[in-house]
Design a protein. Structure first.
Length: 76
């Protein structure tokens, strides 16, 4: 069963170990984030991975941001 996170991010337990992927392809969100982290520009990523679209890159960044944006509670 594939779960849709957005119109571009999917999670399928039978694909890529259940990690979030771009549009059901075997391109993980983490792959896209790693490329950005290693200094590639959006255009360079699109050139390297022609199956991706600019909206996929935006969705990957939004997904990653939503996963790390959580409240931190400090015990008093």
């Amino acid at each position: 069963m594939t779960r849709q996170i957005s119109n571009r991010i999917t999670i399928n337990p039978k694909q890529c170990g259940g990690r979030p992927c771009i549009r059901g392809m075997r391109i993980r969100v983490s792959d896209v984030i790693d490329l950005f982290a290693n200094g590639l520009t959006a255009q360079e990523i699109l050139d390297e991975m022609p199956d991706l679209e600019a909206e996929d890159l935006q969705a990957a960044l939004q997904y990653a941001s939503s996963r790390i944006d959580h409240a931190v509670l400090i015990a008093a």
